[in-house]
Design a protein around this ligand. Structure first.
Ligand SMILES: Nc1ncnc2c1ncn2[C@@H]1O[C@H](COP(=O)(O)OP(=O)(O)O)[C@@H](O)[C@H]1O
Ligand SMILES: [Mg+2]
Length: 152
């Protein structure tokens, strides 16, 4: 199962994130992939806003993991771009079962540490239009398939 969506503005990508948030459940894991500037953090901010996270969500590149607890559910925002060999030290997998929502930017960098059941979102920029993004959504696991069917 695979879904394709094209967004033509940052706002449309935020709306996609809001729609996915509306079907959230504890221990949900969202894996974001796409080049620098494709919109992974935009998506995460949109999701956090819908979750009513009060803090300003910023890219956790240097912290790797940021936890936001002011929303309806805890949000664990990770950016594993600079992680390299240190995955095990961080205990990333523990976050998947802490009853919150985990969003991982650059998830394709840590294929061996992703949960089997997850929502994969690949964002591709377009050469013809700087505000266009081709977004591919792949659900792994029945809950994620149902989520996709509900909103897409
Ligand atoms: N359709 C779109 N969806 C998401 N972001 C977009 C879109 N069009 C333009 N942008 C811009 O692209 C940039 C994405 O940045 P960011 O989310 O930080 O990327 P990443 O986290 O993938 O490196 C932002 O400046 C945003 O305004
Ligand atoms: Mg980012």
């Amino acid at each position: 199962m695979e879904f394709k969506i094209t967004t033509y503005s940052e706002q449309e990508t935020i709306e996609l994130a809001q729609n996915i948030e509306s079907e959230k459940f504890p221990n949900m894991v969202i894996c974001l992939t796409g080049d620098l500037g494709s919109g992974k953090t935009v998506f995460t901010k949109g999701f956090a806003g819908a979750l009513e996270v009060q803090e300003d969500v910023t890219s956790p590149t240097f912290n790797i993991i940021k936890e936001y607890t002011s929303g309806e559910m805890p949000l664990y925002h990770m950016d594993v771009y600079r992680l390299e060999g240190k995955v095990e030290d961080l205990g990333i997998e523990e976050y998947y079962t802490k009853k919150g929502i985990t969003i991982i930017e650059w998830a394709d960098m840590i294929p061996d540490y992703l949960p089997e059941k997850r929502l994969e979102i690949k964002i591709k920029s377009s050469e013809e239009d700087e505000n266009k993004r081709i977004i591919t959504i792949i659900p792994y696991g029945r809950k994620y398939e149902e989520l996709c069917e509900a909103i897409l």
